[in-house]
Design a protein around this ligand. Structure first.
Ligand code: PLP
Length: 445
């Protein structure tokens, strides 16, 4: 790697002083990113890469959107910070814009700094509102890296952090390609996954369960769109037992699936909904919990025992107001939906036909997963869940060398570009993926 300008110094200082997430520090080789625009980033050697990852699936509006950047700069000049106990114009406006787009009676926003703390607070609210200790969440899920959020998480990232006393019980959600229920159709998978969850609730004791927490569509864990009726079935189960339903829309919210929020798709309204990422594309950290009437009423005359210094930070809220207004005006959500149906869905189907290493493609909007297998009939993953493999490392470095920044997890490559991506850019990325998959085919042969 030949780094240019200041990139060599950036790299050297990073390696000496920056402690990176989720990694052993020795042997790390982080790519230097020097600038970005729209769907592209530039690395330290001056190469342009198409960002098919939206970073960590957050730059829904693309990189460096001029109106969002200007809104942050203007807000910084006017009022750069203000404590959460004061009312502030951009916080009020961001809350209005978010609440107006949320399903049902989710009318009030508790702002956080990101997705993990949104889930921490949602769970705390549910426990306080019900007086019950336990929370149920899926095995294949990711809910964040803070203590409660990592315990809620189902994927193996929780193991080193799990003392076993978090009051969390995991269950299997629907995942037809690797069905735990021996289902052959979506309808069977849905029915059996709901019956399984009902059994878990019964065996755990409904009177001990504060909440069921679910991603609207599990994201990092594999983009398994729940079959029609699944979320409605979970809602009904919660209603029957007075359990709070928390839907995590941190990754799915704000356009990713071609809708403001995916949970409304099954016609359901959760009691609490958590969001972050796409709310302002991560230009300034922001997350939050949307509260419906049931939970709001509980805290009407009792203090809520929780808060954050930067709750509803004005720079983050100014970015959210600008981002949401741009998304509305420019039809960004419609773009995400039509890119999904008209470009990504047919493009990935063609790739699945051409490449024996593709086990399944699935998703919607700009939210897709390609499952890579070494044997299609046996559905043998090319890497274990939560782990890496030489094949996956090779696929990622091949993609980068071709000018494509991918999002990879376990045995999957996710196709998660910005919601603003154009059809031509999407086709460019799919052509590059074709080459990457050709390389994976060779490696599994
Ligand atoms: N929930 C989901 C579904 C996520 O995908 C993530 C992050 O990827 C989180 C929560 C955690 O969000 P954050 O990293 O902002 O804390």
């Amino acid at each position: 790697m030949t780094l240019i300008d200041d990139a060599a110094r950036t790299y050297e200082l990073d390696r000496r002083h920056v402690f990176h997430s989720w990694s052993a520090q020795a042997g790390l080789d982080p790519m230097v990113i020097t600038r970005a625009e729209g769907s592209y980033v530039w690395d330290g050697e001056g190469n342009r890469l198409l960002d098919f990852s939206s970073q960590l699936v957050n730059t829904n509006i693309g990189h460096q959107h001029p109106e969002v950047v200007a809104a942050i700069a203007e807000q910084a000049r006017k009022l750069a910070t203000i404590a959460p106990q004061y009312a502030n114009d951009v916080r009020s406006e961001a809350a209005r814009l978010i609440a107006e787009r949320a399903p049902g009676d989710l009318d009030r926003v508790f702002f956080t700094n990101g997705g993990a703390d949104a889930n921490e607070h949602a769970v705390r609210m549910a426990r306080l509102a019900t007086g019950r200790p336990k929370v149920l969440s899926r095995y294949r899920s990711y809910h964040g890296g803070t203590q409660t959020a990592i315990n809620l998480t189902g994927d193996p990232r929780r193991f080193p952090n799990d003392a076993g006393d978090a009051g969390v019980v995991h269950f299997f959600g629907p995942y037809l390609y690797r069905s735990r229920f021996h289902a052959r159709t979506e309808a069977e998978e849905c029915e059996r996954a709901l019956a399984h969850l009902e059994q878990v609730v019964e065996l755990e004791g409904p009177q001990t369960i504060a909440a069921i927490l679910l991603e609207a569509i599990p994201g990092t864990a594999g983009i398994m769109v729940p079959p029609p009726g699944y979320l409605a079935g979970v809602r009904e189960l919660c209603d029957r037992h007075g359990i709070v339903l928390i839907i995590d829309e941190v990754m799915t919210g704000f356009g990713r699936t071609g809708a403001w929020f995916h949970s409304a798709t099954d016609g359901i309204v959760p009691d609490l909904l958590t969001f972050a990422k796409g709310v302002n594309s991560g230009y300034v950290p922001l997350g939050g919990v949307l509260l419906g009437e049931r939970i709001c009423d509980h805290f009407a005359h009792r203090p809520y025992p929780g808060g954050l210094t930067y709750s509803g930070h004005p720079l983050a809220c100014a970015a959210a107001v600008a981002a949401i207004n741009v998304m509305d005006r420019d039809g960004v959500i419609d773009n995400a939906r039509s890119i999904g149906t008209e470009v990504i869905a047919p493009g990935l189907s063609r790739l699945a036909e051409r490449h024996p290493s593709v086990g399944e493609v699935r998703g919607l909007g700009v939210f897709w997963a390609i499952e890579l297998v070494s044997d299609r009939d046996a559905r043998t993953p090319v890497a274990p869940t939560g782990g890496g493999s030489a094949i996956m490392s090779d696929a990622v470095s091949t993609a980068k060398s071709l000018g494509l920044l991918p999002f990879a997890n376990s045995n999957r490559i996710h196709v998660v570009p910005p919601c603003t991506i154009t059809p031509a850019e999407t086709r460019e990325g799919l052509d590059l993926l074709d080459k990457v998959l050709g390389r994976v085919d060779d490696l599994i042969a």
